[in-house]
Design a protein around this ligand. Sequence first.
Ligand code: RNT
Ligand code: ZN
Length: 421
Amino acid sequence: MPRRSRKSSSLIRLAQSRWKELGVDVDAALRTLAKIPISLQCWQGDDVRGFEGGGDAMGGGLAVTGAYPGRARTPSELRADLEVALALLPGKHRLNLHAIYGDFGDHAPDRDAIEPEHFSKWISWAKRQGLGLDFNPTCFAHPFAEDGFTLSHPDARIRAFWIEHCRRARFIGAAMGKALGTPCVTNVWIPDGFKDTPADRATPRLRLAKSLDAVFDQKFSERHNLDAVEPKLFGIGAESCTVGSHEFYLGYAITRKKLICLDAGHYHPTESIADKLSAVLPFVPGLLLHVSRGVRWDSDHVVTQTDELMAIAREVVANGYLGKVHLGLDYFDASINRVAAWVIGTRSLRRALLWALLEPPAIRESERIGDTTARLAWQEEMKALPFAPVWEQFCESEGVPAGPEWLDAVRRHEREVLPNR
Ligand code: RNT
Ligand code: ZN
């Protein structure tokens, strides 16, 4: 990594004094930034295939496009790839695992028989890496999900299968949280929905509520496991009605005191999840964010520094929600280097958080005194403030590359490791 030149340290000093003039304490911002955990989605590393050893049909209304070489085929390969990414990321991280990513060896159990032991390697690896773990039952890519219904399925036996899977996922989540000393957020997302106009939207929703109550029947300490439920608008092949819609899960989360997961790709394209944080948080114990980027639809593009991302980070920080909002990434792109995809998205979210932490107090103050002209002026002026030197200072203090030279490490891995796959 190139050492900081004299020129760049004087740039940092200049930038610091500019922020200081505006009433911003850069060092305090960087201290906070270093402690905000971002949960990386394991499924970016292998195109959401998992390690059960079956075919590659993902289903569930999700779609991965691209055929970049070198996807991880085993848990060890995935861990090796994650280590490359983590070494290039400043700040604190977690890893978000799906239930299909266990160390199953040659004989994966069916989903209703997964155990904490299938994740013990992940737990000891996470401990070594200093990572917390988050978890998800996998209610797709399975013969019992082929007709598009799981927890709301009309067949009681199929519902029972998925209930058992989700119960075990929570049990595993709690084991992870206990072992690592940080609560695991276990997030339930199901694909259930109708391709065409349903005649009965009500009964599946009642069945889903009942199934979820059975899933959440067992109590775990909040120090070990936190439950989240994730709504959605539509999926491929489920365009007409999603059983677990936003209104459904909002009601469920409020009445059952669960976290609600807001995925940035799960709403009408002009709707922003940034606006939902303060609307929902007074009524639920916490939020999980699936930070994603939908391009025209829920396309799960790599997160970049868009207005939407900036607005999400800003709402989390400006409202003091850092303890209540769990930040997770949710995208999967198989058309570019997968390790780079993790690094780009995570660094972008971290940068958006830094921008939010650097917000000059004049913006809020203008609003407080009713000066909306000044508020708008400040919101725009802020965009020209010297950000890069502060980001570079942060990366250097965290011992990771400050600029695009991180790509060199990814390319080395691509040359030395990926061709053997
Ligand atoms: C699907 C949801 C869900 C998944 C992951 C793989 O639309 O966003 O969170 O992306 O569980
Ligand atoms: Zn999601």
